[in-house]
Design a protein around this ligand. Sequence first.
Ligand code: SAM
Length: 671
Amino acid sequence: MDSQYKPIDPKSESSKDAYNTVFQTLRFIIANPDKGDAAAQMLSKSKVFQERLPSLDLNTRRPSKQARAFFEHLKRYLNMYHPDAGFELGETLRYANSKKAEACILATKHWIKGEIIRYCNGILVELTKEEESKLDDEKDFSIIASERKKKSSIYVGPGRFVNHDCDPNTEFYIQGSRNIVSFQVLKDIEIGEEITCSYGTDYFGDNNCECLCLTCERQKMGAFADKKGKEPAHLNTFDATDNNNPEELQPQSPEIGVRTRGYHRVHSTQNAKQPKNMSTSASSSKTPNSQCQAAPSSKRQAPIVQSQIPNSPRLQQSKSLQSMLKQPPLTQSRSEESMQRCNNKSERTPNFNVHNTRPTNLAHINSQSRSQNGFSTPRIQMHSTGSQHILNQSQFSHENIRQGRFQQSSSLHLSTTNNVQSNHAVNRMSFPWSVSQTVRPGQIVTTGCSFTTSFCVSTTPGNAQPIIIPQHVLEYTAMQASNIRKKASNHRMSVNYLINNEDVEINHPSNQNQPCQNRGCSNINVPDDRICFRCRRHFKIFRINWPMRVLSEEPDEPPIIKKPMLCARKNPPKQDLANKTARKPINKRKRRVEVEEDKEELPDVVMEDVLEVEPLVKGEGDVDEERPLKRKRVENGLGSELRFAKNATVRQAVTNESTAGARKEECRRCG
Ligand SMILES: C[S@@+](CC[C@H](N)C(=O)[O-])C[C@H]1O[C@@H](n2cnc3c(N)ncnc32)[C@H](O)[C@@H]1O
């Protein structure tokens, strides 16, 4: 396995080329979903590919075995953009530390229990001991340990982006006899919902005590469990009084319970049956920073194990996967040792309160209450830190927020050097934008951003909602800030608050920060445009509003063309022969037309060109793309991807018709 991967410098010319090539290829596969081979071939012929992977020459008559395998893998990734894929790659802050979003898989269609998400797959590639030892701890790999084969395999492909949930909505599914693993739906999945599976019960520390999944959040388990009355580590809310140097308390520090990324082992749901002391080698040795106390197993909702689904059609098929995925039990001593280490760490751990901008952790409001400082906070209770803030966590859970039952929980931060009552420049780093704006009391600010400097409201992108910063929050914050300022300078503090939906009056003081105009989308984090980034990106690639990926209308039926009367004469006259030979170029031309069509499908489009095309925002399910597409065609003479299939048929029909016409004429001519 060649692990000598060098990332492309995003500023380089070749990265632009690469971007265009990949973009064109994606558009090609969208327009031609069944031409995965052609798309992969196209990509392999590109400059960037040939420069960077010269050993994988796919364009010879007999590509090497390695090249063919790579080719298949390439197709696997391209197929993520297949209109029927039913999922897309998104990003989330749920599992990562505050600085880095992680990938996740989001449903773009409604999935029904039992269905196979076949394009979300990956392949298990066995690793030699040497290869395994070479794996870089800094990089995130998904490794599946096979007990049967007594080997580990690396899991590669789009499926590797599926995150873990203790109550997952899918499970691993072996496709056919090959080592291709995709996912089977365990419970219906809504559009926009994250697709998750279970990595096993001990993947994130013993009994998944470091797990950050939604289920754990809802049930106050895993990293959300209340650790002996202490602030849950994942909350990481910074209390300026705890430490004079906030830098020391950056969430990435292992001591504060944020896991390092690294070499991870994914295990099947089979592991749910394992005794507690059989911790995985990964959980004990590869996630060194477990600052945890395992939640009582009776409370934990057991991941759905395969045997719990009676008559599961894939039960038999996946038997081999089950056995493959069984973990080698660790020795008791090792497991105990890891537990011991776990406990020791949690004892050592002070009441860390570094805010990591993960909003889901910040729900702790008791409405209609009074803050400790006597400020009347009719709709909000806030406190800079403290352990009592789990009060209503379930009510203000990520899910509630996502479903719009509550406004996004948020956290205000400010530098003590700022005067809170005046305007503040906010450095918003909302992936992938970075903008700044001034926040005034009462102004709606858009959440969906993490922050680096003085003052910010933060939450998870994708679930962003605008919120109003009430005057009293700012006053309270200002007061806290001035208190702290007396003690030390250059400290940050946080005020966590959440506003009930009913109490929030949403008005838009400016045209900034408004909900995405694409009615299929629930994002309310649109800083300077009508369409949120996700929808723009989707439109850019698919030329269709999110989450639609397929045409709702069938393409026009080609006009019915009666088969032309062919010349029935056995020995056509010489003229016919001449025509026959003359017809060859016609066919060639026809073939050329098809090739040209393909070319047309792959215009040299740069991002800016595409962004100029304004998506139509009519409503969910609307696929009327005529306006932008027509405009596009007029503007730069490009055809519409959406129409490609249609055009191809129509053009084909036209070609047939004219050929038929020509033949008829010929026949008429020959009598
Ligand atoms: C197989 S990868 C999944 C894709 C990953 N999010 C990424 O961007 O590469 C596994 C990694 O995702 C993160 N992760 C997934 N589920 C998690 C969970 N329930 N709790 C904490 N971290 C999780 C961890 O960083 C883990 O190492």
